[in-house]
Design a protein around this ligand. Structure first.
Ligand code: PLP
Length: 384
């Protein structure tokens, strides 16, 4: 085994294409130079199709959570009421951010593994017309559930004037997102998931409606003050020093993504989801998400006590230098999650499934070698 040949199959950070790695090694340039300004403005422009918006996309230096916090602190005041759709760990994070800023966060919860339905938020909004914003998670990374954002947006628009703010950190760039057409007000994402970069950039786009609120809002934010980012972007720059090397990388990522094209990217992720799910079914391993709401970027699997998820993960690392994710919070130690997003293709999925089968054999779990691989291959054959 080559120690440097690490295979990351976690839901972020994801592997980085060599072209992108090379682009990030370019010599540093002045961040207030004309050269950087032109690159920065062009790069921000090229992000728009992935959000499905005509609005500007703001790029800040920070992990995904910085953009979540930016979405909260710029739109709401202490004492305001918000609804947070919680389907797992990341929905809960939005609620915690709200509470830290003195916002009253009403959790509209579903059990982990389930998706939030439009009916649920409709009923809630009818009871609470004072809600100023609704927060949701597009892909709930902790359970591998993709929430039906377009339908949720429609339900919210029909019953309320509340802003609709969406965390798309773990799937934007891999899934359809039509922020303008769906009526979503704010979409946020980060660099280390489907955008194939290291952690360190966060992206946010806001609707006209959101901007009306943001302009009026006396925000507590300094570093995360969106108005400052808007003013700077109009001058092709950022309020604080941008992560120049990551912007070099992002420009290269966008080249790669434009070469493949978003429709093909979306199809590739759907195929990887279907292959992974077929394999787990063939191996008699329970899938946490229902087919209808299964994420195309991460698959959560529950061995239900037939073997130890942590023993499997340990064996994968020891034998193959492959990292998959474990469970979060109450699912810690109980489940495992396979990331299949960004710089990942069907052959990589066959590799991780094959390694899972071998590792299951090693830890003494019941497994029919090749059953998962075969099922995934059949999905692949049917696709081409
Ligand atoms: C990864 C992730 C985040 C952001 O986490 P950071 O560690 O701050 O980058 C937020 N939401 C979801 C759904 C995620 O998967």
């Amino acid at each position: 085994m080559f120690a440097d040949k690490m295979i990351l199959r976690i839901p972020g950070p994801t592997p980085i294409p060599p072209r992108v790695q090379t682009a990030m090694n370019q010599p540093m340039i002045g961040h207030r130079s004309g050269k950087f300004s032109a690159l920065f403005a062009r790069t921000a422009e090229r992000l728009k199709p992935y959000f499905g918006t005509k609005q500007d996309v703001y790029i800040l230096a920070g992990s995904g959570t910085s953009a979540l916090e930016m979405g909260v602190v710029n739109t709401l005041q202490p004492g305001d009421e918000a609804a947070v759709l919680v389907s797992g760990a990341f929905g809960e994070r939005f609620a915690k951010i709200c509470e830290r800023y003195g916002i009253i966060a009403h959790r509209v919860e579903v059990p982990w593994g389930k998706a939030v339905t439009p009916e649920l938020i409709e009923t809630f909004l009818q009871k609470k017309p004072q809600i100023k914003a609704v927060f949701a998670t597009y892909c709930e990374t902790s359970t591998g559930v993709e929430n039906p954002i377009a339908d949720l947006a429609k339900a919210i628009r029909t019953h309320s004037d509340a802003l609709f703010i969406v965390d798309a950190v773990s799937n934007l760039g891999a899934v359809p997102c039509e922020m303008d057409a769906w009526g979503v007000d704010i979409v946020v994402t980060g660099s280390q998931k489907a955008f194939m970069l290291p952690t360190g950039l966060a992206f946010l786009a806001a609707s006209e409606r959101a901007w009306q609120v943001i302009e009026q809002n006396k925000s507590l934010a300094f570093y995360l003050d969106l108005k400052a980012y808007r003013k700077s972007l109009a001058e092709q720059t950022t309020p604080y020093t941008p992560a120049v090397s990551l912007i070099f990388g992002l420009a290269e990522v966008l080249d790669i993504m434009e070469e493949e094209g978003l429709p093909a990217i979306v199809k590739r992720h759907e195929l990887m989801r279907d292959m992974t799910r077929a394999a787990m079914r063939a191996l008699n391993i329970k899938l946490m998400a229902e087919d209808q709401y299964a994420s195309t970027t991460v698959t959560s699997c529950d061995p239900e006590g037939t073997f130890h998820a942590e023993a499997l993960r340990k064996m994968l690392t020891q034998q193959f230098n492959i990292t998959i994710a474990g469970g979060q919070q109450h699912l810690k130690g109980k489940i495992f999650r396979i990331g299949h997003m960004g710089y990942c293709e069907p052959l990589d999925v066959l590799q991780v499934i094959s390694a899972i089968e071998l590792s299951l054999h090693q830890i003494g779990a019941p497994v029919e070698l090749g059953a998962g691989v075969k099922a995934a291959q059949e999905v692949l054959i049917a696709h081409v």
